[in-house]
Design a protein around this ligand. Structure first.
Ligand code: MG
Ligand code: ZN
Length: 370
């Protein structure tokens, strides 16, 4: 109201001045007023919209070289559709080079911790995760990974343990949390009786089943700890993601879903270029599924990032006709290079620029209003 009154006063003044002003001066006055209005409109447009749902997709070990290679060899990626893009610094509390536990804990809790820690501060104090906060606020939650659910990345969203190798203990942290939809491997670490007591419908196998009238769903890809590569999995990750989104989106209060392309990292550790690229293309199918839902839904923020780059991958030469790339890895470990973050949907403009990995949690928390 105050602004409106001021503007009206300005216009009246200009009209009065009109008589005493030369025509060019009058035009300049109008231009100044218009530019003020324009600046005001810009500030209005910058008011951050808040999402109901957040889908966080983590490509483990997915740096720009991996993305560039997959985009070139695949003839494009869903990742290229994102307009709001930033860079993430990945160092952990005790090491310039993070591991996946500290990397995922930064995303899940907003604090940098020591390499190997799952959902704990650098002083080994248990920290609430964005998934646990979502549950506490009545949202639905989900976790999907192409590895054991107790592995560092998914484990850091519900587990609180000093060492990422403590798979049994991490699995023990899962019960009674109320996580609604889970898909991955790691069945031997879980107690089926406790899952049943927690009202889970447990399904083991590669194929989808209908989820009507199911309360909580735990989908083990197989009976094993290990997950096969994408060539054997087919479009499992995309299916698990699409179905998970449908399942979780029935909650009118919103949902939080984390999806991990776990094995991009394993291709990097093995210095296996084809493994890296095929896992990334597989992950990109899940990204597309999330993006398509968000475009229709309008209340969903989609974030795609990595915990770190793996292998120090370098793209040295390529053939435009054969779509092949000559490359080399500089190590079999993670590297310290920043990783990209892609954002789409309400609040996505907050994820541009150069940020710390811990900022991703802080921004998600603030957008949810927790
Ligand atoms: Mg991982
Ligand atoms: Zn790794």
């Amino acid at each position: 109201m105050k602004n409106k009154a001021l503007k009206f006063e300005k216009i009246t003044q200009i009209c009065k001045m009109r008589k005493s002003l030369s025509y060019p001066s009058f035009l300049i006055a109008i231009c100044i007023l218009f530019s003020n209005c324009h600046a005001g409109a810009k500030v209005m447009a910058q008011k951050i919209e808040k999402p109901l749902n957040i889908i966080l997709l983590i490509g483990d070990g997915m740096g720009l070289a991996q993305i560039s290679a997959a985009a070139f060899m695949n003839g494009g990626l869903a990742l290229e559709l994102f307009k709001n893009i930033g860079l993430v610094k990945t160092s952990s509390a005790n090491n310039y080079i993070t591991d996946s536990a500290a990397g995922a804990t930064a995303y899940s809790t907003g604090e940098k911790t020591y390499n190997g820690a799952i959902g704990l501060s650098k002083d080994s104090i248990s920290l609430p995760t964005i998934l646990e906060m979502s549950e506490a606020h009545g949202l639905s939650t989900g976790l999907i990974a192409t590895c054991s659910i107790t592995h560092a990345t998914p484990g850091s969203f519900f587990g609180h343990q000093k060492n990422r190798e403590m798979h049994k203990e991490i699995a023990n942290d899962f019960y009674t949390k109320g996580i609604d939809y889970v898909a991955g491997t790691g069945k031997p670490y879980f107690d089926m009786n406790r899952l049943k007591a927690d009202n889970y419908t447990v399904h083991t196998g590669k194929d989808l089943i209908g989820l009507d009238a199911i309360q909580k769903y735990f989908w083990f890809y197989n009976d094993s700890i290990d997950a096969p590569k994408s060539a054997e999995r087919g479009l499992w990750l995309k299916q698990a993601t699409s179905q998970g989104i449908q399942f979780l989106s029935s909650n009118k209060k919103g949902f939080f879903l984390m999806v991990e392309g776990s094995q991009i990292d394993w291709g990097g550790h093995a210095n296996d270029f084809n493994y890296t690229v095929t896992e990334l293309i597989d992950f990109d199918h899940a990204v597309r599924a999330a993006l398509e839902f968000a475009q229709k839904d309008g209340n969903t923020l989609v974030l795609v990032t990595a915990d770190h780059e793996t292998g120090g991958l370098s793209l040295d030469a390529g053939s435009l006709t054969n779509k092949t790339i000559e490359h080399h890895y500089s190590s079999t470990h993670h590297s310290g290079i920043m990783v990209p973050i892609y954002a789409y949907g309400p609040g996505s403009e907050l994820f541009t620029g150069t940020i710390e990995n811990t900022d991703v949690f802080k921004k998600m928390k603030s957008l949810y209003g927790f």
